[in-house]
Design a binder for this molecule. Structure first.
Ligand code: GTP
Ligand code: MG
Length: 356
């Protein structure tokens, strides 16, 4: 990502550093919207093929895989890969993307510039080192009623708050695969938090996916949504359900995993290229071979587990919910307690700090 306006320190990522010398790290820059025809070698015919496939900007192009671009323009994979690389180079030139080789200090500065969205619970934010990160995919998994959909609803509200209230003043795109998005719930959460519920509702775009192909199609249009509507958060509730329902039996397992793999990788690329936070939910299934601990594991197998940047396991204990970060490259392995109430996600009453 590019880092302009170096005089502005990050407002919402104080958790990362105790070294003040790096505090001049810049904030992340909005997405670059350069039309594809600005790339060398993209003439009118190629532009029209790309545009027909919804690839309007250089950023859209960089967010696609060579095989998707090959399909869009009817070329071989090598030519498509060359075009994708050309788009990536352009974004490096514009300092929107980093060079192939950068120092760890530079990466550290960039990580400080990553924006975060509050979950609505200070405990859960602390567990996540400040909230849900942009440029990453965060997966929440847990059994039915554990609160995954409630987390998604609360985040739709929180992302629209200004930075000093834990948001990004941005909008949310909710990809609903289970028909569980409820505007009434959004209104309730917004009102309980003293926010203008009509404005908050207006800031959420809902896409209902009827099957896995439709889900993939909607993801393909994310670039336009980011460009036209200022999306900073994409939610996929749930990522795996359609794939599980459609690909039944062992015979279809490899096809299912292949498709799910592609979907998850596209999400990861989109999070980074469009500088948005992506949250996916996932169910659990009984795992009879687990002799110790909780005998459940996330669905979607290694594909989802290895692709999500951060994974949070949620379980119910009475009225409380317990979240645990699983296999994170940088978070401590610990747990946080939160509750679900009229404010959506919240801290237990006895642990509440001054309210947002
Ligand atoms: P599945 O999608 O079925 O796997 O479950 P989920 O993890 O998405 O669960 P969900 O987020 O839908 O959580 C449902 C739970 O949230 C309910 O059992 C309630 O405990 C809680 N909940 C939902 N709405 C409200 C509300 O308005 N007030 C309160 N206090 N709790 C609520
Ligand atoms: Mg749900």
């Amino acid at each position: 990502m590019a880092f302009a306006g170096e005089e502005n320190g990050p407002k919402h990522s104080s958790d990362l550093a105790d070294d003040d010398s790096l505090d001049s790290a810049p904030r992340s820059e909005p997405v670059v919207f350069l039309p594809v025809e600005d790339l060398d070698g993209v003439g009118p015919a190629l532009k029209s093929k790309l545009n027909n496939a919804g690839i309007i900007t250089v950023t859209d192009l960089a967010a696609k895989s060579p095989s998707e671009v090959a399909d869009a323009i009817g070329s071989d994979l090598q030519r498509a890969a060359d075009i994708c690389e050309c788009a990536r180079q352009k974004l490096v030139e514009l300092r929107y993307l980093g060079e192939n080789f950068v120092s760890a200090t530079e990466i550290y500065k960039r990580r400080k510039a990553i924006d975060r969205i509050s979950t609505g619970s200070t405990n859960l934010d602390d567990l996540l080192a400040g909230g849900i990160e942009t440029q990453a995919v965060t997966e929440f998994y847990g059994e039915f009623g554990s609160g995954k959909t409630q987390i998604c609803h609360t985040l739709c509200v929180m992302v629209q708050c200004p930075m000093d209230l834990g948001g990004l003043s941005g909008k949310a795109l909710y990809l609903d695969t289970e028909n569980t998005f409820r505007p009434e719930r959004i209104i309730g959460i917004a009102k309980s938090r003293g926010l203008d519920s009509a404005r908050i509702l207006d800031g959420i775009i809902v896409a209902k996916a009827y099957n896995s192909s439709h889900q993939e199609l909607i993801l393909g249009e994310l670039g336009q949504q980011v460009r036209n509507n200022g999306i900073r958060l994409m939610l996929v509730d749930s990522a795996v359900a359609h794939y599980r329902a459609e690909f039944l039996g062992r015979g279809t397992l490899s096809e299912r995993q292949q498709k799910l793999n592609k979907f998850m990788h596209t999400l990861v690329r989109a999070a980074e290229i469009y500088n948005i936070a992506v949250v996916v939910t996932n169910q659990v299934q009984a795992s009879p071979d687990a002799y110790f601990g909780d005998p459940t594991r996330a669905t979607g197998g290694h594909v989802v587990a290895h692709t999500s940047t951060y994974r949070v396991y949620i379980r119910k204990t009475g009225k409380n919910r317990i979240a645990r970060i699983v296999d994170s490259p940088y978070h401590a392995e610990r747990e946080a307690v939160f509750i679900l109430n009229e404010r959506g996600v919240d801290d237990p009453p006895d642990e509440r700090s001054p309210r947002r």
